[in-house]
Design a binder for this molecule. Structure first.
Ligand SMILES: Nc1ncnc2c1ncn2[C@@H]1O[C@H](COP(=O)(O)OP(=O)(O)OP(=O)(O)O)[C@@H](O)[C@H]1O
Ligand SMILES: CC(C)(CO)[C@@H](O)C(=O)[O-]
Ligand code: BAL
Length: 289
């Protein structure tokens, strides 16, 4: 006998204004339902979908935000060409049973006269900031706005953007925003390349080279954990990347919790972080040591 067809999940509710998202959040609160937010810039891939599945397990309701945030891009960066495919994104989210999507226009997030910026020092200094000086100000400001609009109990961020995760944790603690921030392990291709919307920019030849970034970090981590000199391990990773054709922005060893420069590698939690460019594509990656 044939099984009755499963009813597909209802399409998510779409909110385009903060007021609508806040009204939806108030309804869930009245019904004593917890919610988890997954903030994204769209062009959704399996990394994002893993975050959404984790959100599903951790709360009664799941909300995803899709907003390509202009203030985190420098004028020379790829804001205009950043991949956008809302129909495909919404179909993927509907298939996962996402309850609500917050998809504001730029003018809703940044109305005329907008004049507030959140700047996070500490983990927001150095590494990415040396190459994208205003990036985390844009990220922190928009994430604060996304949290205020969607009002989740939990927000989930990928460890692929490790410094971003630390910046958000710091901001939420400092501003006493009532939300739990969860990190989620980096989802990788079978050859180790971290999934990223920007991987779509890689030419076939660059795509073959790209996993060298993760391999260089693994080799350096292995050298450090087996008692090798950290400075030499970092130099070797930089050289391996340059040999493969990358232009290296940084390969650094940092305290995994504060992102401070490491003073006592034997006694601190360690994280290796790197950013490097292949042609016009800038890749970032990081691993625990
Ligand atoms: N491979 C991945 N594994 C785990 N989380 C990820 C991965 N890629 C992205 N994320 C997370 O998804 C969220 C949204 O990221 P975003 O929309 O910027 O995607 P992205 O692929 O990182 O894009 P970009 O190419 O701009 O870095 C962030 O919390 C990010 O860390
Ligand atoms: C957190 C975020 C959605 C803020 O625009 C973005 O930086 C991202 O996608 O990682
Ligand atoms: N995933 C971080 C978004 C950015 O690079 O702007």
């Amino acid at each position: 006998m044939s099984q009755p067809a499963e009813t597909p999940p209802a399409p998510p509710r779409i909110d385009r204004t903060a007021a609508d998202a806040q009204q939806r959040a108030a309804g869930w609160r009245m019904d004593r339902l917890t919610s988890a937010l997954v903030p994204t810039m769209g062009a959704l891939h399996e990394g994002h979908l893993a975050l959404v599945r984790a959100a599903r397990e951790r709360a009664d309701r799941v909300v995803v935000s899709i907003f390509v945030n202009p203030t985190q891009f420098a004028p020379t960066e790829d804001f205009a060409s950043y991949p956008r495919d809302h129909d495909t994104d919404l179909a993927k989210l509907a298939a996962l049973g996402v309850d609500a999507v917050f998809m504001p226009e730029t003018a809703e997030v940044y109305p005329p006269g907008f004049a507030t910026t959140i700047a996070v020092a500490g983990p927001g200094e150095g590494l990415e900031t040396d190459f994208r000086p205003t990036h985390f100000q844009g990220v922190a400001t928009v994430v604060a706005k996304l949290l205020l609009a969607t009002q989740p109990d939990i927000a989930i961020f990928g460890e692929k953007d490790y410094q971003q995760l630390m910046v958000i944790r710091r901001m939420v603690a400092d501003l006493t925003i009532p939300v739990r921030i969860d990190g989620f392990a980096t989802v990788r291709e079978s050859d180790g390349l971290a999934l990223s919307s920007r991987n779509a920019y890689l030419t076939p030849g660059e795509r073959e080279t790209a996993p060298v970034l993760h391999r260089a970090l693994q080799t350096a981590a292995q050298a450090i954990t087996t008692g090798g000199n950290p400075a030499q391990a970092l130099d070797a990773a930089r050289a391996a990347l340059a040999d493969a054709g990358f232009v290296v922005d940084y390969v650094e060893l940092r305290n995994a919790e504060t992102l401070d420069v490491v003073t006592n590698p034997a006694a601190e939690p360690l994280r290796l972080l790197a950013a490097a460019r292949l042609g016009k594509t800038r890749l970032i990656d990081n691993i625990a040591v």
